[in-house]
Design a binder for this molecule. Structure first.
Ligand code: AQP
Length: 326
């Protein structure tokens, strides 16, 4: 069975972007692959996090995984910080990476832009992400297209290691959903929808109340004109809402275009909102049950145990090849 690994940072409330671009694929992949779905808390601290908020957000991300349909009997669900091999291989990968290649990462450039002091963790984090993936010899990594560059770096580091120390790492491939690989912000379709955006109107949180979702979508910026047409360069805002509707309803872009022909934006936006509510409302209900039940702790402990077994085998091989006494 091929292996899949992915993770989401507990750096705020998960958004519809996280759901469509990541979690939705996780749920599908668990049936056909050996899956490792982490809460990447070590990544979250590359920007400052309040300790209490980090704890709550970590539990919330894990509970949302389960609520969205990830089955802990099929997939390993755990916190990155509970499996020390990640941080250990992260250091080894850091020593294999070059300043120049890390400096080229657009996410680093975006997150550090305009800051007077930039954390070192933010800079070296792609090496930790590479370790997360390589420590299981992962085949496939479901990522939104914003993460493609980091995956390229992972592939380079895997090949560099294999050339220098002998074949060991699987060189992983990205798995990118056709639509929804990049859900954009509701107030400006030139930015991706992001949980750390200070304007809550720019994103739909997976735990937003249905009426809040309706309000946010009705207020979403729209392009001029009244034609519902998928055309990212000419109609970025409408194309974004179409991607959301397509991901939440299963309709193709063509079906959406013909359904709203001659109707203007009003009816279309209403249906986008209802499709999102119909996907998120049952997840929210299950989320509340999971948080109340107290089952999370056991799921995370069990997931970490299995991940620990798998990762320590590969880490040992890495250390042997690099010349550590093991
Ligand atoms: N807007 C998005 N559209 C599609 N996919 C998205 N992802 C995130 N936002 C979108 C995918 O979700 C996974 C986990 O992302 P993350 O939360 O660990 O980091 P991120 O990509 O930096 O997400 P955010 O919301 O923008 O977080 P902050 O604001 O904390 O930096 C990834 O697979 C990502 O592609």
């Amino acid at each position: 069975m091929k292996k899949v690994l992915s993770g989401i940072q507990p750096s705020g409330q998960l958004t519809l972007g996280n759901y469509i671009g990541a979690i939705k694929s996780y749920v599908e992949l668990q049936h056909t692959h050996e899956c490792y779905f982490m809460v990447v808390d070590l990544h979250a601290i590359t920007v400052p996090q309040e300790p209490e908020a980090l704890k709550e957000n970590s539990a919330a991300v894990a509970a949302l995984y389960l609520a969205a349909g990830i089955d802990p009997a099929k997939a390993n669900v755990y916190l990155q910080s509970h499996v020390p091999a990640h941080a250990e291989l992260g250091w080894l990968m850091t020593t294999l990476s070059y300043m120049g290649e890390l400096e080229r990462m657009t996410q680093f450039k975006d997150k550090s832009a305009g800051k007077s002091s930039i954390g070192t963790g933010l800079f070296v984090y792609p090496a930790l992400m590479a370790a997360d993936i390589l420590v299981y010899n992962t085949d496939l990594v479901p990522v939104g297209d914003d993460q493609k560059q980091h995956l390229e770096l992972t592939r380079d580091l895997a090949q560099r290691f294999n050339q220098r120390f002998g074949e060991l790492f699987t060189v992983p491939e990205p798995y990118i959903p056709q639509y929804g690989a990049r859900i954009m912000s509701l107030d400006d379709a030139s930015n991706k929808m992001s949980k750390s955006n200070p304007n809550a109107g720019s994103y739909i949180a997976m735990l937003d109340e249905p009426d809040v979702i309706r309000k946010k979508i009705s207020r979403a910026t729209t392009d001029s004109g009244r034609e519902v047409r998928f055309d990212r360069p000419e109609k970025p805002e409408i194309s974004n809402l179409m991607s959301i509707l397509s991901a939440c309803s299963g309709l193709t872009m063509q079906e959406i275009e013909s359904k709203y022909e001659g109707q203007g934006y009003g009816a279309f936006k209403k249906d986008v909102a209802e499709s999102v509510v119909s996907v998120l409302e049952p997840i929210q209900q299950r989320y509340r049950d999971i948080r109340r039940s107290g089952e999370l702790e056991e799921v995370l402990r069990h997931g970490a145990e299995k991940a620990q077994q798998a990762s320590s085998r590969v880490l040992r091989q890495v250390k042997e090849k690099m010349g550590f006494l093991v």
